[in-house]
Design a protein around this ligand. Structure first.
Ligand SMILES: [Zn+2]
Length: 269
C-alpha cells in the first residue's frame, strides 16, 4: 500500500505497512525531501462550490526528517472543481527504521488549515456546528480543557435555549444569569433534555464538564473524557432536535458563536 492511502484516511490511527518512500536512505534531522507516494485525496465541503468536493494534492509531497523513526509531511490540496486551496500536515511515526523497504507507519498527529474555504463534511450545518468543530480541533491538538470548554458551551446554549422557549426564568433580579445547574434542573423538569440513557445520573455530565474546566482534572484526564463527554453533549443536542417545536425555535433564534458570551456570561458556575 502506498503512503498516500494512509494520509488520505487520516486521522485513522492504525499502524499500516506501506511501500518504502525514502529510497532506503535515512532522511536526516532537519533535511527536506520531495517524495512521490501517490496523490492525497480528502473530501471536504468546499465553500466556493457550496457542496462536497474532493481536494487533491500534487504528485509530490514535502517531507522533513525528524530522526530514524519520525518524519513530518506537508501537503497543499486543491478542490478539483474551483482550485480553492487548503493545507494539511502530518507527523508520521514508525517502530522500526522509517526509511526501510516496507516500514510500518502510523499517523501520530494530523492538522488541517481549511481557512475560510472548506469545512469538514457534516460539520457545517446546524446551530452548534461551529462549536463542535472547535471542540474537535482543540481535542486533536491535545488541548484537553480547551476542548471541554466548547462542549460545556454547547450544553449551556441548548439548556438556556430550551429555558427561553419554555419560559423558565434564567436571570436573577440583578440581571445576571441564574447558576447553570439551577436552570438545567428546572429545564429538565419541564422538558427532559438529558438523554434517557444518561438520566439515571442526569447531572453527572454537567459535573464532569465543570470539574474539568475548573482544573480539577489533568489535561490527560480531560482528553480521556473528551469522547464520552462529546457523546453526552451530542445526545442532549439530539434530544432537543428530535422535538420539532424546540428544534425549529432554536434554529429561529439563530444562535451562533458571536452571541455565546452574552448567553453564558456570568453563568459559569
Ligand atoms: Zn470548490
Amino acid at each position: 500500500m502506498r503512503l498516500s492511502k494512509l494520509l488520505s484516511d487520516a486521522p485513522a490511527a492504525a499502524t499500516m505497512q506501506v511501500d518504502g518512500f525514502l529510497d532506503g536512505r535515512a532522511l536526516k534531522w532537519g533535511k527536506h525531501k520531495r517524495i512521490k507516494v501517490g496523490k492525497v485525496l480528502r473530501n471536504f465541503h468546499c465553500r466556493t462550490c457550496d457542496t462536497q468536493r474532493t481536494f487533491v494534492s500534487g504528485d509530490e509531497l514535502s517531507c522533513l526528517g525528524l530522526g530514524d523513526n519520525q518524519i513530518s509531511i506537508d501537503a497543499t490540496l486543491q478542490c478539483i472543481e474551483c482550485q480553492s486551496s487548503v493545507e494539511i500536515w502530518f507527523l508520521i511515526g514508525s517502530n522500526g527504521d522509517i526509511s526501510g523497504v516496507a516500514p510500518e507507519v502510523r499517523i501520530e498527529r494530523y492538522t488541517e488549515n481549511l481557512r475560510d474555504r472548506a469545512d469538514r463534511i457534516d460539520s457545517h450545518r446546524g446551530p452548534f456546528s461551529d462549536l463542535v468543530k472547535r471542540a474537535q480541533l482543540a481535542y486533536e491538538n491535545q488541548l484537553g480543557a480547551g476542548s471541554i470548554v466548547y462542549l460545556r458551551k454547547i450544553f449551556e446554549l441548548v439548556t438556556f435555549g430550551v429555558a427561553e422557549i419554555a419560559e423558565i426564568e434564567t436571570k436573577k433580579n440583578n440581571g445576571n444569569n441564574q447558576p447553570f445547574a439551577l436552570v438545567l434542573q428546572q429545564v429538565n423538569e419541564v422538558r427532559n433534555i438529558i438523554p434517557r440513557r444518561f438520566s439515571s445520573d442526569g447531572y453527572q455530565l454537567f459535573r464532569e464538564l465543570s470539574n474539568i474546566i475548573h482544573g480539577e482534572s489533568s489535561e490527560e484526564e480531560a482528553l480521556q473524557k473528551y469522547k464520552p463527554c462529546l457523546q453526552l453533549v451530542l445526545g442532549v443536542v439530539d434530544e432537543v432536535s428530535r422535538d420539532n417545536e424546540y428544534a425549529r425555535a432554536i434554529e429561529e433564534l439563530g444562535w451562533n458563536v458571536e452571541n455565546i458570551s452574552e448567553i453564558t456570561g456570568g453563568g459559569v458556575a
